[in-house]
Design a protein around this ligand. Structure first.
Ligand code: SF4
Ligand code: MG
Length: 333
């Protein structure tokens, strides 16, 4: 695969009135073209913050975001602008992300023009509009171009939002819970479309979800977040079939039904039982999961776990003291 090295080490500090909040800390993430990376966790774990940081919608207080090894640290600089056009975001609520007073033609034309992809003539623009709608399987395009968002279903609106992102000719899509507000019956179709676009357009996709079952289905690689930190990562098959971190095990055991692309709005189905996610204002000391962890040991309360290689699976790691010394320990489920 061609590399799409969006590499970063982010340390993000939000201030609210009283305290500074580390919304995400020590996050390292690399997206590559032709690959889907899932970021899985409960609501409040920092997933959406990462998407917004990567979309340069939030200012970051530390770390860096790079495109092909080039830093985007200088806001408004050439590298920053290049990054913003090549990395496009798809939001959870397709209704809120489209302007209700404008047609589909308007939304898509605007995207093509902003990114200088509209061509020179009216015929070029028309061709480009048709191609965008065909790419998201809204055909025949004439049926959709002059409609308003409210005339479309939720799934069709999300396809328009994807088409608008494609108008930028992006290298990467950041998809924040792109199907969690859609009917269960059409989620699979939208995920399959994104997978098809990954292959045909060689896109890098970051798929943010609270639903680990859908990550297994859709993503090449899965990273699990807890309380603003990455706790486990590896290829999706390994992480979901042989999870190492006690939190990942909890997420999998509380997933409602692995055969269904899990339901509910953000924070419902994917929320693991056994306690609440901790406050990010005063996160627990040591391992942030220790108050909920069935395997917690003394050192877990004081020492922050470092990522440790798990077993022989290449690239499988977990930040958990059970694996200190590279020995695969058993954890009671
Ligand atoms: Fe549990 Fe300790 Fe591992 Fe944290 S480091 S997940 S508390 S065993
Ligand atoms: Mg969210």
């Amino acid at each position: 695969t061609k590399h799409f090295p969006v590499r970063r080490k982010l340390r993000d500090l939000f201030s609210n009135r009283k305290d500074a909040v580390h919304a995400v800390d020590d996050v390292n993430l690399t997206l590559r073209r032709g690959r889907v990376v899932a970021l899985v966790g409960e609501s409040g774990s920092g997933k959406s913050t990462i998407a917004r940081l990567l979309a340069q919608l939030y200012p970051r207080t530390g770390g860096d975001i790079q495109l092909h090894g080039e830093s985007t640290r200088v806001k408004g600089g050439a590298a920053f602008r290049r990054y913003c056009s090549r990395v496009q975001m798809i939001f959870q609520d397709p209704f809120a992300s489209l302007n209700p007073t404008h047609t589909i033609r308007y939304h898509l034309t605007r995207s093509l023009k902003i990114h200088d992809n509209a061509g020179k003539s009216a015929a070029d623009l028309d061709r480009a509009l048709h191609e965008l709608l065909q790419q998201v399987q809204l055909t025949p395009p004439e049926r959709y171009l002059d409609k308003f968002p409210h005339e479309l279903s939720g799934g069709q609106r999300q396809r328009v939002a994807i088409a608008r992102a494609l108008g930028a000719h992006p290298e990467a899509l950041l998809a924040d819970e792109p199907v969690s507000m859609l009917d269960v019956s059409i989620r699979l179709g939208v995920l399959n479309l994104l997978r098809d676009l990954r292959d045909r357009l060689n896109l890098a996709i970051l798929y943010i979800t609270h639903d680990i079952a859908s990550a297994r289905y859709f993503a090449d690689e899965t990273m699990v977040m807890y309380a603003g930190r990455m706790v486990e990562g590896g290829d999706s098959e390994t992480v979901t079939q042989s999870p190492a971190h006690p939190y990942t095990k909890l997420l999998i055991s509380s997933a409602p039904d692995p055969d269904r692309l899990a339901g509910g709005s953000d924070g419902a189905a994917g929320d693991a039982g056994n306690g609440e996610p901790p406050s990010l204002i005063h996160p627990p000391s040591g391992c942030r999961f220790h108050p909920r962890c069935p395997a917690a040991m003394d050192r877990c309360r004081t020492d922050l776990p470092v990522p440790l290689q798990i077993g022989d699976a290449p690239g499988h790691w977990a930040a958990c003291w059970l694996y200190d010394g590279n020995e695969k320990a058993e954890v009671a489920k």
